[in-house]
Design a protein around this ligand. Structure first.
Ligand SMILES: *Cc1c(COP(=O)(O)O)cnc(C)c1O
Length: 228
């Protein structure tokens, strides 16, 4: 049952928070519905979930049509400039901003529709070439300054995907680096509401929470494995 799996994930989050001496309220659950159909989203909404993540723009636009009332949808996958027009009215958060250029494209579309968007800068903390995101901390810091000034856009923190490994110390190290970099962004943008550190997925959410994550993005543990 979906409700059982959601309860299990919430338990896991709570356990990790207690172990880390943190408040459970400090960690937001984002339910990742990529590769799952609209009916599953409806079921998840009925089960009480309100914050969702999708990694492909077109898939999300089709799937979530008519379902967006009262929920929050986060884009967690790479965004191409020509798809930025789909952001307003669909995604209230874009977690995968990896260049000034894409942030500018989102901003232009936002001013057309007079809406706003919270964004996270994606940091490639694992150094894996297959992952998007800023690879260089200094490049990310410089981009953060430029992006924060863009109309309609509010920089809220960082997002990262942990390294693909069984080595828990390495995963923890990558998350720690991301948290430290987020602190630097906060120091550099004193007027921005930097309060979000999106890290942790099904396999590493406990490590992420002990390293300070404020948002975990969970697909498999809630919805089962995805059809490819
Ligand atoms: C698919 C995906 C997730 C969810 O991963 P699970 O391991 O299924 O929990 C989280 N974040 C991003 C960026 C993803 O693409």
């Amino acid at each position: 049952m979906l409700t059982d799996r959601i309860a299990e994930v919430r338990d896991q989050i709570a356990t990790a928070c207690i172990r880390a001496g943190r408040s459970v309220d400090g960690v937001q659950l984002v339910a990742v519905t990529k590769n799952h159909p609209r009916e599953v989203v409806q079921e998840a909404i009925d089960a009480g979930l309100r914050v969702f993540g999708e990694n492909r723009v077109q898939e999300a636009v089709d799937k979530y049509q008519g379902l967006l009332d009262g929920i929050q949808l986060h884009l967690i996958g790479h965004l191409q400039t020509n798809k930025a027009k789909f952001v307003p009215g669909v995604f209230s958060w874009v977690e995968s901003v990896d260049s000034v250029r894409i942030a500018e494209a989102i901003s232009r579309r936002l001013s057309d529709s007079e809406s706003t968007c919270s964004i996270l800068l994606q940091y490639n903390s694992s150094g894996e070439g297959t992952k998007s995101g800023f690879a260089e901390p200094n490049e990310l810091l410089e981009a953060a300054e430029q992006i924060q000034g863009l109309p309609g856009i509010s920089v809220r923190g960082l997002m990262t995907i942990g390294p693909f490994t069984e080595d828990r110390a390495r995963i923890a190290g990558a998350f720690e680096q991301t948290r430290l970099l987020c602190e630097r962004v906060r120091g550099q943008l004193p007027d921005a509401a930097i309060n979000t550190l999106s890290m942790g997925m099904t396999d590493d959410l406990d490590i992420a929470i002990s390293e300070g994550s404020t948002e975990v993005r969970i697909g498999t543990a809630i919805f089962g494995s995805r059809e490819k």
